[in-house]
Design a protein around this ligand. Sequence first.
Ligand code: MN
Length: 271
Amino acid sequence: MGLKEYRAKRDFTKSPEPAGSDTEAASRANSLKDTRERFFCVQKHLATALHYDFRLEHDGVLMSWAVPKGPAIDPSVKRLAMHVEDHPIEYGTFEGVIPEGYGAGIVMLWDQGTWTPEVPDVAAALRKGDLKLRLDGFKLKGSWALIRTRGAGERSWLLLKHRDEWAGPLDIAEFAPLSVKSGGDLADILAADNPDVWQSHRPAKGGDTGAMFARIIERAMAIKQEREGTAPPAAAPTAAAKTKMPATKKKAAARKADVKKPTAAKKTKRR
Ligand code: MN
């Protein structure tokens, strides 16, 4: 537990990802004893391969699993979920471009909401490798389970949907592929940042992932050029205006936006 492994893997002078505050972690951990719902999110992450990072708030941090094929709402489908290092709470609303280093690629906030344990003791359930939970996100809802598998190492779990009114044969990743934060796809997120970022060293070059990166970079450049070329000068400040902000200013603004986001998200949900 804790953020040591998370921080050791990253250079925060080069990555826009939040370093996370220990005070925040401690205060969230202390309030865990109440019956409050906890935060959860799923981040779609195109890096050396496309995967979905499933994160549950527990004990002041976001416990994290990398799900290569993404969550499935079909109860007959069990999805492999590799347990990875805890992430800071502040990471939960992060969306953007990691230009280099660990996890270099594009991160989309694919779903977010709250989770509630369906077990009396979360820590005990995690030790046992059998956590039953309820999700209340924009896309994922109802009863789910995370089950540790035997024989494939401590890090290998399965994420599965229980049969209920929120289950169905739909491919949710394909049906609802866009961001719940910006409404955009991976190319839109890259276009709002710097589409030239991987000219020399792309996170993946060959195979399906390399082809995906090539397509997304090309589309992002086109989106950015179109916005810059055709947007009338008197237009209201939009995403296009934001992309013209100098990189340093933009990073600071993004950090501020991240801090404010949980409140904004709560407001949206109450409506
Ligand atoms: Mn990831």
